[in-house]
Each structure stands twice: as C-alpha cells, then as structure tokens.
Design a protein around this ligand. Sequence first.
Ligand code: ADP
Length: 377
Amino acid sequence: MILIVDDSPENIISLKKVLEKNDFEVDTASSGEEALKKILKKSYVLIILDVQMPGMDGFEVAEAISGYSKAKETAVIFLSAASANVNLITKGYSSGGLDYISKPVDMNILLLKVKTFYRIYEQSRKLHEMQVALQEEIEFRKEAERKKDEFISIASHELKTPMTSIKGYIQLLERSLEKNDIETTRSRLTKVQNQVEKLNLLVADLLDISKIESGKLKFNRRYFSFDEVLDHIVEVMQQSHPQLKMHKSGFVSAEIFGDEMRIEQVIINFITNAIKYAPGSDQIEIMTELRDDCVYFSVRDFGIGMSEEHQQKIFDKFYRIEETSERFQGLGIGLYICQEIIDRHGGKIGVNSQPGEGSEFYFTLPLHPVHAQSEIL
Ligand code: ADP
C-alpha cells in the first residue's frame, strides 16, 4: 500500500486517482503528524511525501520514521517545488528518502518510479524469503550432522560392548581349555556365539540403513505361508526365552506375497522390542487375523509403554526415547527399517501405547498386492 502525505487536498485527490487507476492501493494523510500515526500502525511499501507542509515538514517525517521497525522496508519519494535547491535534495536523501520528484508532478514519471519501487520491494521480499529458507536449510543440515555424529558414537559403543565380552570370554576359554574343563569350555563357547550373533545383527542393521539411504534395499518376493513363518519364529524365540509366556492367537490360512526373510525380520524386531522394553513382565500377546483382504499382525507387551508424542516419532531414523535411552541399549534404527520394509510391501505399520501400560505394535500386509503378478512374471 502507498501512503500519500500532502497538506493540499487537491494534490492528494489527483495523485490518489492516478495511482488507483493503475491498481495501487492508496492511503492518505494531510499532515506529517497524521502520517506518523498511520505509519506506526501499518506497513507501507512506499510513502509519497510532500516536503513543504505546515507543522512537521516532509524531511522531519522521513527522519522520524527512519527509526520505526514497521517502516524498515518502506521507500520514500519526496515531492517539492521545482525551485527547491540542491541542499534540500541532498537533505532528502540523507534522511532516509530514496527518490525525489519536483512539482508540478509529471504523473508518468511518478508512475514509473512507483512501479520501480514496487518491483524492488517485491524482489527484496523474495530475497528475504530465500535467505530465511536458506538459513533454515543450513540449520537442518547442521542438525543432520549432529544426529549423525551422535549415531556414530552410539553405534561404536554398541559394537564395542559385544566385542569386549567376546575378548573376555576368549581369555576365559583359554583357561578352561588349559584345565581340560570341557563343560565350562562349552558354556563359554555358547556365550561367545551369542555375542557374535549380537554383533552380526548390529552390523546387518547398519548395512540395511545404508542400503535404504542409497535406494538399494532389494526384496526377493514370492508367495509364502505367513502362519508357518510366525510359528517358526515363536518356537525359536520361546526356546531362547524359556521363562517368557507367549500367547499366540489367530491365523491367516493364506499365502501372502512378499519377502519372507524381511517380514520375518519385522516380526522378530517387534518381539525382541516387546521383551526388551518390558523388564519385569513375562507376557507377550501375538495376534494374527485377516482384515479386509489384509493380514493384520500385532505384538502386545506389558512394559514401559510411551506417550503419544513419542508414538509419532519412534519410526524415525535414529529416534530413541530420551528418558529411557540410558536404561536400554539400542541404535534407534530397527523400527525405521521395519517401516521401510512394510511400506515397500504396500502395508501399514503403527503402535498403540500408554505410558506405563505397555505397547501394541502392529502391521498390515495386503494379501494381493498390486505389483504381485507383474513381479512374479
Ligand atoms: P532401539 O530399540 O535399538 O533403540 P528401535 O528402532 O527398535 O531401536 O526403537 C526405537 C525406540 O522406540 C526405542 O529406542 C524405544 O525408545 C522405543 N520402543 C520400541 N519398542 C518399544 C516397546 N515395545 N515399548 C516401549 N518403547 C519401545
């Protein structure tokens, strides 16, 4: 919007008419004092300021508004009689004015200047927007860099823990071998194997992350029995956690199309998290059923649970709930990988949870995915 400041009503009327005819929005003030009041309340792109006015003159107005934050981007065109001397003109520029037109006003020149100012204003507004966007982007990089550093330090720590155990057990193995104590040797070997398996899983997750990043996570899809895969996992998990009460209910009774190993990975991830994040509880409920041509699978635990705020974020890369991250080891990438796997199978993944009451992690998988036939051919 343009503000015309002039003590002569005729001048205001004729300027307003021309500007409005050229689609500019116009406001008016008949004195310097009135103009100041208006500028305090509103932002103007341009002020056309008569220099010679009774009371505050145009230069004084320009000087006063140069300190207003609302007028920081505002341009000023001074209007003055042709007889104005050079000193006046210089004064005009030094008090923050940007241009000068002598009276009687040549409307064509005024319009040209107004249009130029509007263009400059638009350009500087866009520049400012770009600057803000760039700044945000820089911050976001910085943030990504910080997360990466944090991840590298957690990952190194996580890898070091089983490594240190392995080293320790190997030293102990040497001793039990020297003593020819076969029983202890066997038990220590099992412990080494468990730690190696832990390392293996960690490295596999790290590799998956880098495959997802580079778009190289490939799926080997075919029809397989979901029920059989699940039965097998439950049997193996039950063997390694004999104290755990795993209640399994429902079945699919149909073959589904997907990457068996990858779906297995998601199920195992849900179950191991259900065990890990429920210390003191020995129950897990596993449920499968058919819902609208989809497999619905869920794992419910009675552990620490989580608030709504965290439920939105736990599938993000590297996200771990801070309040509990010291208590439980982890890299914060398992659920991110699970989400990628389920997404790429055309399914949905999610969680229902209440702090202190446990969590239910679930996924759905379409029985007849759109791409199934084309991929099989
Ligand atoms: P990790 O367990 O290695 O940290 P995940 O990606 O599997 O990584 O899980 C991300 C975060 O989600 C965990 O750090 C934990 O805070 C939270 N979480 C996952 N599963 C559960 C669960 N069953 N109960 C409570 N919190 C969970």
